[in-house]
Design a protein around this ligand. Structure first.
Ligand SMILES: C[S@@+](CC[C@H](N)C(=O)[O-])C[C@H]1O[C@@H](n2cnc3c(N)ncnc32)[C@H](O)[C@@H]1O
Length: 227
């Protein structure tokens, strides 16, 4: 079961709809499905993932059901796997919607409309945006929760990133005073780190915000419950 559920399953009241931004290979959503969520939506800007997502599901399910490795091969197409694992296809097809697209899969472009969710995930994503853009996203996500809905997010924090700083990594303040971290070999790939100032601001705005764990390397993990 995903580490997210491990930490907060006692707070979950409804299991209708979950959406995961930056869902990567879908592993978190797969375990939310096992937990009982019925409509599961994943978005990511990585377009390659669309070729592998069903294979990932087959591998995940097989491991859970059979405690072994599924019969998948590097050149398998979705249609091959559908034939080999029709039961898993039915389960995948009924419940999951994935958007893997540079534009449509980008959290910044997602249009929530009137939709409301019981659970929203943004795991290891929001530190890619500067403070203003990240706070706008948090507000949008919070507004899209049902009452008692849960927003989970994890971000790289200043403290933990400093502690585990690897060779070649630099932390400095930008012209807005925000702490940023980057690898000197890839300086365009910035982490906008979370320090006490940013976290205290969020805490004052969202009274139900709480930290759920501090055991992953450079991340802080948080939930906000909508009331
Ligand atoms: C560090 S990974 C985290 C994956 C997964 N959520 C987890 O916690 O294991 C970040 C993911 O976010 C995706 N991503 C990056 N920028 C994004 C954006 N603006 N909108 C949606 N997804 C994005 C990347 O393609 C990648 O799969």
């Amino acid at each position: 079961m995903s580490h997210i559920l491990d930490k907060i399953k006692k707070d979950i009241k409804r299991t209708d709809k979950v959406i995961d931004f930056g869902c990567d290979d879908g592993l978190d959503l797969f375990s939310f499905h096992d937990f009982g969520f019925k409509i599961l939506i994943g978005l990511d800007t990585n377009e390659e993932l669309k070729y592998f997502i069903f294979k990932k599901f087959v591998q995940y399910k097989y491991e859970m059901d059979e405690n072994g490795f599924a019969d998948t091969r590097p050149k398998d197409r979705i249609v091959d796997l559908r034939k080999r694992y029709p039961k898993y296809w039915d389960e995948f097809d009924c419940c999951f919607s994935f958007i893997f697209d540079k534009k449509a899969g980008n959290i910044l472009n997602y249009n929530f409309g009137e939709e409301k969710y019981d659970f929203i995930i943004a795991s290891r994503l929001l530190h890619f945006f500067d403070r203003g853009r990240a706070e706008d996203q948090i507000e949008r996500l919070y507004d899209s929760l049902n009452t008692n809905g849960i927003f989970y997010f994890s971000v790289n924090t200043l403290d933990k990133t400093k502690k585990g700083l690897e060779k070649g990594w630099i932390i400095e303040r930008n012209s807005s005073g925000e702490y940023i971290g980057y690898n000197s070999e890839k300086p365009s790939n910035l982490w906008y780190l979370y320090d006490d100032l940013k976290l205290n601001y969020l805490q004052s705005k969202y009274k139900t915000l709480k930290s759920v764990s501090n055991d992953r390397s450079s991340e802080g993990q948080f939930v906000i419950i909508k009331n």
